[in-house]
Every structure is written in C-alpha cells, then in structure tokens.
Design a protein around this ligand. Structure first.
Ligand code: ADP
Ligand code: MG
Length: 147
C-alpha cells in the first residue's frame, strides 16, 4: 500500500515521521525494522528521522550523522541506528563497519539516508519513504511517498 502526503513545512514532515513511529509501536514489531529515506539534499530526510525519534519519545537533540556514518539513539522501545550514506563511496564500507550486526539486532530501527549508496550491502526495506520538492521551489512543499 502506497501513501502520498504533501507537507508544507518541516513540522508537518516531522509529524508524518511521528505517525510512522506510532504505527511501528502499535504493531509491536520486535525484529529489526529497516527504513529507507530517499530524496535530494535538503529534501527533509533528517527532518523525517527527527519525527520518527520524537514519535518514539526520544527528546534528545538529533543531528545528521553525515560525518560518522551512523548515530545510535536508545529509545524506550527501540534502539535506533540512523545511517547517512551520503559520503560512502563503496557499499563494502558497510561490511567494514559490521552492518549485519546492526541489521540483525532485535527491536531495532535502522534508518538509512542515501540507501542507494549501500546497494548490495543492504536488504530491501520494510518502509521506503521518497521525499521530493513539490511545485518548483516557490514554497516549502514536499511530496512524501510511503510504500
Ligand atoms: P536532508 O536530510 O534530506 O538533506 P534535512 O531534513 O536536513 O534534509 O533538511 C530539510 C530542510 O528543509 C530543513 O532546513 C527544513 O526546515 C526545511 N524544510 C522546509 N520545508 C520542509 C518540508 N515541507 N519538509 C521537510 N523539511 C522542510
Ligand atoms: Mg540528511
């Protein structure tokens, strides 16, 4: 099932992330959940991730993991691995940091920005969120497609 949502500011995009978190909490999934976030630079991938974390009751500051590849956040229900693969040049770099251990951890959420850079080193996701600029750049509208 695919959903398309238009947001007109960062808060609305966060809210969509919060709703996804609520859905995951309600389903009481206890395996590892994989989320791919696709979209250009500045589309709102990190903003959406902040929404997911807010929805998991996490109230510490969330920054982009661009320089560390992954940031780990302990929330009440899930351990969240927030990956940003923007700067990796080969999928093998993921093997080198032990990606399988992250992906096999029960009750965890692995969120990937720029998942295409991980290519063959990543399984297919449970959720794919594609974020794009909507109506040129005259406004802050984004189109979010969740599948
Ligand atoms: P990315 O991680 O995709 O590079 P960020 O989430 O870091 O993008 O940045 C998105 C920027 O766009 C933020 O400065 C945010 O405030 C702004 N913004 C404006 N409108 C929106 C919107 N509708 N959804 C998400 N972010 C928006
Ligand atoms: Mg980002």
């Amino acid at each position: 099932m695919t959903r398309v949502i238009i947001t007109s500011n960062a808060n609305e995009t966060m809210l969509v992330g919060q709703e996804l978190a609520s859905e995951i909490l309600e389903n009481e999934v206890d395996r590892s959940i994989i989320i791919f976030l696709e979209g250009e630079l500045g589309a709102g991938k990190t903003t959406f991730t902040k929404g997911i974390l807010k929805g998991l009751d996490y109230d510490e500051v969330v920054t982009s993991p661009t320089y560390n590849l992954v940031q780990i956040h302990e929330t009440k229900n899930y351990r969240v691995f927030h990956f940003d693969l923007y700067r990796i040049s080969e999928p093998i770099e993921l093997e080198e940091i032990g990606i399988d251990e992250y992906l096999n951890e029960a009750k965890s959420l692995s969120i990937f920005e720029w998942p295409k850079n991980g290519d063959v080193s990543l399984p297919s996701p449970d959720y794919l969120i594609e974020i794009s600029y909507k109506d040129n750049s005259e406004n802050d509208n984004r189109e979010l497609t969740i599948s």
